[in-house]
Design a protein around this ligand. Structure first.
Ligand SMILES: C[S@@+](CC[C@H](N)C(=O)[O-])C[C@H]1O[C@@H](n2cnc3c(N)ncnc32)[C@H](O)[C@@H]1O
Length: 333
């Protein structure tokens, strides 16, 4: 006879087979498909915790440049949510044992986007919009070298309020040149909200959309791409990442490798929803009016950002994730 027990981690009877419980949880979460209102994004803390860990890498060639992440993220998050020790080499060993690739991907992604931002800032860029900013520290890390840069940090209200609180606790106050903008990409008019916040559409702008597209519905992704393509000055750029549709399908079919991460994201209301088919990113961007400048897969990430001072790769990101740089073309192109 089945006992009517309730699982400690979810409201389902414990007698359900595990796979059925997971499938139900996933179905419920993807029906909601969004960070629950009032809740701080869990994945924004995951990525910041991985950056904080990566910043401890003794090798400068593979170190994550986000030296502020440790001050922004909850100090217990790494141990209590990711079950990793705070010691870099022990944590690396644990990550390798688990076969997890997220840590390596996050390091490559931070380094790539930092590189794009530094190049743009050196070329005279004045305005940066960070879409789904989470605990991104770039406004605070880049301000010394580029004090004229203005940053708009865009996210859901609860995550943005938490970010502000963490920034103030770490730095004393919110520095000048940073504006927080509360938006839901799936529901709100991003263009209007940004304009009200002081975004100057006649200035060349860099849009950073890091670790966000896969949590959105396709309509939200297209609306945001359209806003950049049609609302930004030609020559403006968008750096973002996406999940291959093939990888998303594998994850959604219960791929054994990704099962723990899938269940955790679903539990926190942040399931993966969106992907682009292999070989279709250029066309997908063109449908919104953007031009693909560059796309990096796992191999390029390893050679450009994850190869250490002895020529060895620290680790390999998943093959299913891509880093992309796109540009707003001149009118009529
Ligand atoms: C994985 S986190 C990435 C955060 C940050 N960009 C980083 O790389 O650390 C995803 C972010 O997207 C935000 N986000 C998710 N859905 C959103 C939506 N519909 N509208 C606005 N922001 C959203 C979350 O609140 C969260 O901060």
């Amino acid at each position: 006879m089945h006992k009517k027990l309730v699982c400690r981690h979810c409201p389902l009877p414990a007698c359900f087979p595990g796979w059925l419980a997971l499938a139900l949880l996933l179905a419920l979460a993807s029906a909601a498909g969004a960070v629950p209102p009032g809740k701080v994004s869990w994945t924004s803390q995951v990525t910041a915790a991985y950056r904080a860990l990566g910043a401890l890498d003794p090798d400068p060639l593979t170190r994550n440049p986000d030296y502020l992440a440790a001050r922004f993220v909850d100090k217990d998050f790494l141990g209590q949510q990711l079950y990793l020790p705070a010691d870099f080499s022990q944590a690396l060993e644990a990550i390798r044992r688990r076969g997890s690739r997220t840590f390596f991907y996050i390091t490559a992604r931070t380094k790539y986007i930092d590189q794009v931002l530094a190049q743009e800032a050196a070329a005279g860029l004045k305005q940066v919009i960070i879409l789904g900013t989470g605990l991104d520290s770039r406004p605070y890390r880049f301000r010394r070298q580029y004090p004229g840069l203005r940053f708009f940090e865009v996210d859901l209200p609860a995550t943005l309020a938490y970010k502000q609180q963490q920034v103030e606790a770490a730095l004393g106050s919110k520095p000048a040149g940073v504006t927080y903008v509360a938006v839901d990409f799936d529901k709100d008019d991003l263009g209007q909200t940004l304009a009200r916040a002081g975004y100057q559409a006649d200035r060349r702008t860099l849009f950073i959309w890091e670790g966000v597209t896969y949590y959105l519905q396709e309509a939200g992704v297209r609306a945001t791409l359209g806003l950049v393509a049609k609302g930004a000055q030609p020559g403006s750029r968008l750096v973002f990442d996406y999940l291959l549709q093939e990888a998303l399908d594998r994850i959604n079919s219960g791929d054994a490798d990704g099962r723990a991460g899938t269940a955790a994201r679903a539990r926190h209301g942040e399931p993966f929803l969106f992907g682009i088919k292999h070989g279709h990113s250029r066309g997908f961007l063109a449908q919104s009016g953007l031009v693909l400048v560059e796309e990096l897969g796992s191999q390029q990430m390893v050679s450009r950002f994850l190869t250490g001072n002895k020529g060895q790769a620290i680790g390999r990101p998943s093959q299913g994730l891509r880093l992309v740089l796109a540009e707003v073309p001149p009118p009529g192109r």
